[in-house]
Design a protein around this ligand. Structure first.
Ligand SMILES: Cc1cc2nc3c(=O)[nH]c(=O)nc-3n(C[C@H](O)[C@H](O)[C@H](O)COP(=O)(O)O)c2cc1C
Length: 363
């Protein structure tokens, strides 16, 4: 039974035809210049049966484009590319949100436009290596600490990105506040050592995200702004801190006061990260006024159960949607799911991208 999962839902003004959300997933199929490609329109268009698609992380500015072939949304060519994507989704009756992701310290200049620098709240270095097309995996460079002016520029870049996303036909935006990228780098003490108004206690570390959310909501309407957060996340060198649970509950409440349309909670325990206790999830949900999106390791049965138990309003699926463009049809029919091919998650070109079999073609 997947009755609730397949039932419609009003996300602010958007009438979603079901509660299946495509989780944001970087697939590195844009050009080296961070321009969306035609195969991306086909990819998103073929998944339009989901109630809501959330795009891969999209850089708001050159300094935020730290990954190879990560798309951006700061120039006209990029906007034109995105218009083809949103049109392909809308033609099939779908809805799509743009995930705005500034990579911050998790980037390499070899992947970024000429002249862009790897920046962070403080001069810290992400652990491990970053893949580059030019020279393969490279150690992360140390981020340069952003000046006060650069922090303000970054906030403006999120706002321009939100406006550009609406101009390109996106139905909403999602601020990427999770997984160790710039917003979470401001939130976490391990990456934010600042002593000015952008660092110090949690209220100060959260000033960056709250100013972004406030300004984006003012620019495009709070009913078009969602946010993704990953409390207890350890990805990209983030480390939990003692008052984390209370801090995130407070943050959810502050974001709720801005009337944002949804809060998208990351729980990557299915990928080996610490699990997020259900009481923390529910406390954040209770503090936030908008819709709550669950994510991480769901199959149809667990998603239905979570919705029936009223743990959230919507459930996001990641890897299953890489391998099953027609996931909603498969859920409705109780059909088997294809397995994703990890080797082609981030490789250029259509292989492992637009070639997964559909039920209708006899998978
Ligand atoms: C290939 C790949 C790329 C991802 N890229 C992003 C991203 O750009 N932004 C983001 O918030 N999460 C990203 N994630 C995390 C997913 O949104 C999701 O939280 C994760 O895959 C767990 O859900 P699942 O178990 O349904 O796959 C990515 C995951 C995968 C597998």
């Amino acid at each position: 039974m997947t009755e609730k999962l397949l039932s419609d839902f009003f996300l602010g003004p958007l009438n979603l035809k079901n509660r299946v959300v495509m989780a944001p997933m970087t697939r590195a199929r844009a050009t080296a210049d961070h321009i969306p490609t035609p195969i991306m329109a086909e990819y998103y268009g073929s998944r339009a049966s989901c109630g809501l698609l959330i795009s891969e992380g999209i850089a708001p500015a050159p300094a935020g484009a730290g990954y190879a072939r990560m798309p951006g949304i700061w120039n006209q060519e990029q906007l034109d590319g995105w218009k083809s994507v949103t049109q392909a989704v809308h033609e099939k009756g779908g809805k799509i949100a743009a995930q705005i992701m500034h990579s911050g310290r998790v980037g390499h200049t070899k992947n970024m436009p000429q002249g862009a620098e790897v920046l962070g709240p403080s001069a810290t270095t992400a652990p491990g290596e970053m893949y580059t097309d030019e020279a393969g995996p490279q150690p992360y460079p140390e981020a340069r600490e952003m000046t006060h002016g650069e922090v303000e520029e970054a906030i403006s870049a999120y706002v321009s990105a939100a406006e550009n996303a609406v101009a390109a036909g996106f139905d909403a935006i999602e601020l990427h506040g999770a997984n160790g990228y710039l917003i979470e780098q401001f939130l976490a003490p391990v990456t934010n050592h600042r002593q000015d108004q952008w660092g110090g206690d949690f209220k100060k570390r959260a000033r960056f995200v709250l100013q972004i959310a406030t300004a984006c909501a003012a620019a495009i309407g709070p009913e078009k702004v969602g946010i993704r957060l990953s409390p207890l996340g350890v990805f990209n060198g983030i480390e939990p801190w003692e008052s984390l649970a209370d801090d995130y509950i407070w943050l959810a409440e502050e974001l709720g006061k801005l009337n944002l349309v949804y809060l998208h909670l990351v729980d990557h325990s299915s990928m080996g990260a610490p699990s997020v206790p259900s009481d923390l999830k529910q406390a954040m949900r209770a503090s936030f006024q908008g819709a709550f999106i669950l994510s991480g390791g769901y199959d149809a049965e667990h998603a239905e159960k979570a919705l029936q138990e009223d743990q959230g309003e919507l459930v996001a699926f990641g890897r299953p949607l890489i391998a099953n463009p027609d996931l909603v049809e498969r859920i409705a029919q109780g059909a088997a799911w294809n397995e994703p091919d990890f080797d082609t998650f981030y490789t250029p070109g259509p292989k492992g991208y637009n070639d997964y079999p559909l039920l209708s073609t006899g998978a």
